[in-house]
Design a protein around this ligand. Structure first.
Ligand code: TLP
Length: 340
C-alpha cells in the first residue's frame, strides 16, 4: 500500500530501532533518563529556547502550553481552522477552562491588525485574552508556511499587550525545509513551541515543547498531572534524537508533494485548493462528478490510501514511506479513476 493519509503513519527505520534497543535509560520522573535528557537538551538548542520537554503527543504538548499560559475564564485567539480548534476535542476549553476566539486567516496566517483588535479584557464584561496561538505549517491550509514577518508582527503586538504566544509547530521542520529559514528563527517569534517528532521526522512517538526554564518547570508538573510522567522512556526518546538529525530529509517529502501536485493538475477534473509549499496536498473533487468516498475507495482498490479532509476534499500527505516512484504510481491511478 502507498499510504498518503498522513505523515503520522511513518514507521521507525533500522537505525531508530537499533537506537531504541541500545538506549541508556533511567526513571525520567526523577529526571534520570540520560537519553530523554539528551533529546530535550538537543531540542532546546535547535529551537534556541532555554529548556524543552518530551511529551507523548502534539496534542498533549499544545494542551500543556494552554494550561501553563492561561487561567480559567480567559480567551485564546487562534486562526479559525487551527488544529487546536478543529481537532483536539475542545481540550483547551475542557482542560484549561478557556474560550476560543477564532479569526479567519489567509493561508493560515491571521491579519496582525485583526489580532490586535481581538485582544480583550479592559471592560468588566469581557474575558481577558490569555494566549495567542499560531500554527506553522498550517495543516488545514494545506501545509502553508506562515511567513516569518507575519509571526514577528503578531509576536510584537502580543508583547505590547503582555500576552504570550504559543506556536503549534507540529510540522515546523517542513517549513524550515521549504524556506531555508531555520526553526530557531521561527521560534524567536513565539514564547513557546510544540513540534512533533512522530510526523515527517519519522520517530514512532512523541513531541517536544520548548520555552523558558520557568515555563518548562510548570509544564513538567502539568505533564505529571495529566499522567504523562513516564519512567524508562529513553527507549522511545532515542529515535527522536535520530529524527532531529534527519530533518534535512523533509526536503524530499516537500519535493514529492510538489511533483504529485504538478501531476494532478494535468488530470482533467482535478483541482488543487492549496499552493503546495510543503508536504500536504488538498485535492478538490467538488466539480469532478465523483464523490470523495467513492474516489477514496477506488484509490484503495488500486493500492493507495489517502484521507478525506472536509466536503469534496482529499488530502495527500507525503512522508518517508513514499518514494518518487510511488508518486508516479499514484498519478497513474488517479488518471485512471478520473478518466472513467
Ligand atoms: N494532525 C493529524 C490529525 O490530527 C489531523 C494529521 O494527520 O495531520 N498540530 C497539528 C498541526 C497537527 O497536524 C497535529 C496532528 C497535531 C497538532 C496533534 O498531534 P498528535 O497527533 O501527535 O496529537
Amino acid at each position: 500500500m502507498i499510504d498518503l493519509r498522513s505523515d503520522t503513519v511513518t514507521k521507525p527505520d533500522e537505525r531508530m530501532r537499533k537506537a531504541m534497543y541500545e538506549a541508556e535509560v533511567g526513571d525520567d520522573v526523577y529526571g534520570e533518563d540520560p537519553t530523554v535528557n539528551r533529546l530535550e537538551r538537543l531540542a532546546a538548542e535547535v529551537l534556541g529556547k532555554e529548556s524543552a520537554l518530551f511529551v507523548t503527543s502534539g496534542t498533549q504538548g499544545n494542551q500543556i502550553a494552554g494550561l501553563v499560559h492561561c487561567r480559567q475564564g480567559q480567551e485564546v485567539i487562534m486562526e479559525s481552522q487551527a488544529h487546536l480548534f478543529l481537532y483536539e476535542a475542545a481540550a483547551m476549553s475542557a482542560l484549561a477552562g478557556v474560550q476560543i476566539k477564532t479569526l479567519k486567516g489567509t493561508r493560515g496566517a491571521m491579519n496582525p491588525a485583526e489580532v490586535e483588535a481581538a485582544i480583550r479584557g479592559a471592560d468588566i464584561h469581557e474575558p481577558e485574552t490569555g494566549l495567542i496561538t499560531l500554527e506553522n505549517t498550517h495543516n488545514k491550509a494545506g501545509g502553508a508556511v506562515l511567513p516569518l514577518e507575519n509571526m514577528r508582527e503578531i509576536y510584537e503586538i502580543a508583547g505590547k499587550h503582555h500576552i504570550p504566544v504559543h506556536l503549534d509547530g507540529a510540522r515546523l521542520f517542513n517549513a524550515q525545509a521549504a524556506t531555508g529559514i531555520s526553526v530557531k528563527e521561527y521560534a524567536k517569534y513565539t514564547d513557546t513551541v510544540q513540534f512533533c517528532l512522530s510526523k515527517g521526522l519519522g520517530a514512532p512517538v512523541g513531541s517536544i515543547i520548548a520555552g523558558s526554564d520557568e515555563f518548562i518547570k510548570k509544564a513538567r508538573k502539568w505533564r505529571k498531572r495529566l499522567g504523562g510522567g513516564l519512567r524508562q522512556v529513553g527507549v522511545i526518546a532515542a529515535p527522536g534524537i535520530i529524527a532531529l538529525e534527519n530533518a534535512e530529509r523533509l526536503k524530499d517529502d516537500n519535493a514529492n508533494a510538489k511533483k504529485l501536485a504538478d501531476g494532478l493538475l494535468n488530470i482533467k477534473g482535478v483541482a488543487i485548493d492549496n499552493e503546495v509549499q510543503t508536504n500536504i496536498i488538498l485535492m478538490n473533487l467538488s466539480d469532478s462528478g465523483i464523490e470523495t468516498t467513492v474516489f477514496l475507495e477506488q484509490l484503495k482498490e488500486n493500492g493507495i490510501i489517502a484521507g478525506g479532509f472536509g466536503p469534496g476534499i482529499v488530502r495527500y500527505v507525503t512522508n518517508n514511506g513514499v518514494s518518487e516512484e510511488d508518486i508516479d504510481e499514484t498519478l497513474k491511478v488517479v488518471q485512471k479513476i478520473m478518466s472513467v
